[in-house]
Design a protein around this ligand. Structure first.
Ligand code: FAD
Length: 155
């Protein structure tokens, strides 16, 4: 099977979009990721899959903590920025909570300590034990990703 067939099939699975953030050497670092899942209620675990080529891969290994910021439909530009898809870098303001840089105005921010890791092919699954959750009262609609394109509910 060729890579295109695999990618096309996986693109049929509609997801939300997150930015995984962590503090590295005192500075915020972020990476767009949609390979995110809730895993366990007791203990409270989530997982994010990070490619070995991503700088974030080794950074999370070192920091031992990360936050998952669930994006709203108004944050598509942040998704592109943290996927390295914008031509120009631009400054982003973060809020800081318990040593985590987080994106304000996200649907929710899930703060985690790395619980365990599992190397799977060219990615590593980072399981996070959830330490804090922040949610907005009226966050609006989520940003969605389907067939390689950004979408929103009803579109
Ligand atoms: P870098 O190249 O180091 O950083 C990415 C961009 O973020 C750069 O432009 C950088 O300047 C900017 N940036 C980082 N921190 C800051 C900051 N503090 N302020 C301002 N800008 C900053 N890859 C995966 O491994 N797993 C996934 O689940 C996944 N899902 C994706 C889903 C979507 C919808 C998209 C578009 C991409 C996805 N990717 C995923 C690919 C991944 O986002 C990119 O490959 C990413 O650029 C690799 O991360 P990096 O740590 O090497 O990035």
């Amino acid at each position: 099977m060729d890579d295109r067939t695999f990618r096309n099939a996986m693109g049929k699975f509609a997801t939300g979009v997150t930015v995984v953030t962590t503090a590295f050497q005192g500075e915020a670092k972020g990476m767009t990721a949609n390979a995110f899942m809730s895993v366990s209620l007791d203990p409270k675990l989530v997982v994010v899959s990070i490619g070995h080529k991503a700088r974030m891969h080794d950074i999370v290994k070192q920091t031992g903590k990360f936050a998952v910021n669930m994006l709203t439909r108004d944050q598509e530009d942040l998704s592109r920025l943290f996927a390295g898809q914008l031509k120009e870098e631009r400054p982003v303001s973060f809020d800081w909570v318990n040593g985590h840089p987080i994106l304000p105005d996200a649907m929710a921010n899930i703060l985690c300590n790395v619980h365990s890791t599992y190397v799977a092919g060219d990615h590593t699954l980072y399981f996070g034990e959830v330490t804090d959750i922040l949610m907005k009262d009226e966050p609006g609609d989520p940003l969605l990703f389907f067939e390689g394109k950004y979408r929103s509910i009803g579109q």
